[in-house]
Design a protein around this ligand. Structure first.
Ligand code: HEM
Length: 223
């Protein structure tokens, strides 16, 4: 486990959680750091791949695919130059230095988190406005986004970004919301949806649902 204490610009930690750097803009990684599942600074690619693999719940060749894809994304997250890529491959991804890196779309995404890692509730409401009533397999109805609605949400994000949007943003986005749907989604097939309530908890409380954390190895001792 990497050192949690080194992280540069630390945000305030919620009770019982590790602080997460404001320079880590990924809601999924923020929850892993806050929960003590990975360190907040340098995390070896193998450790990151292992953790994302566990969270995915996949097995066999699908799990191998998750491992490979995570290593590829994390391997370029701190820079595309040969020195950065070599450093990432040999020591790990630097999770508190992701901002302004190659994956940062500078407002081309949901804008739920701003550059100071503050959560914008109105942007969560905007996300919800793309959703619809979904049938929770555990019972009840809640607002959620299926793959189709997530596509519409991402297209609207690109449109909102106007001239600032780069040609490769849609490619980056495929590794964000659709992957979150795959991991956190409830229900099967076309009806599978991402719960807006769980997205809110992920961003605001930096917490993954218990059915996901149950798949992860025991976290570092709580503070
Ligand atoms: C299963 C694994 C992962 C999931 C489900 C996931 C999910 C997401 C989501 C939903 C966003 C939010 C985009 C938005 O607000 O519109 C995001 C952003 C981001 N993720 Fe991840 N992520 C994962 C792994 C990673 C990894 C391994 C890295 C790099 C080490 C990473 C780096 C980033 C960065 C830098 C952003 C900010 C992009 C931006 O603001 O434009 N993510 N991720």
């Amino acid at each position: 486990m990497s050192d949690h204490a080194i992280a540069t610009t630390l945000g305030a930690a919620l009770p019982g959680q590790f602080p997460v750097s404001t320079n880590n803009p990924c809601p999924f990684l923020r929850a892993l750091v806050a929960g003590g599942y990975v360190g907040g600074h340098v995390v070896p690619l193998s450790e990151l791949a292992e953790m994302v693999g566990c969270a995915s719940g996949e097995t066999g060749s699908a799990l191998t695919k998750v491992h490979i894809e995570t290593r590829m994304v994390a391997g370029i997250a701190n820079g595309l130059g040969p020195v950065s890529v070599f450093k990432s491959a040999t020591s790990g991804a630097v999770l508190d230095e992701l901002r302004n890196g190659p994956l940062d779309k500078h407002g081309g995404g949901s804008r739920i988190l701003d550059a100071e890692a503050q959560v914008h509730e109105d942007q969560i409401e905007r996300l919800a406005s793309f959703g619809k009533d979904c049938k929770d397999p555990a019972g009840g109805i809640e607002t959620g986004l299926t793959a189709k609605e997530i596509e519409a949400f991402m297209a609207a994000n690109i449109k909102r970004d106007g001239d600032a949007a780069r040609w490769y943003f849609p490619i980056l986005m495929k590794g964000e919301w659709p992957v979150l749907l795959k991991i956190l989604g409830k229900g099967e097939g076309e009806a599978r949806y991402l719960s807006v309530a769980e997205v809110r908890t992920l961003f605001v409380e930096r917490r993954l649902p218990e059915r996901i954390t149950a798949r992860l190895p025991k976290p570092a001792a709580k503070i």
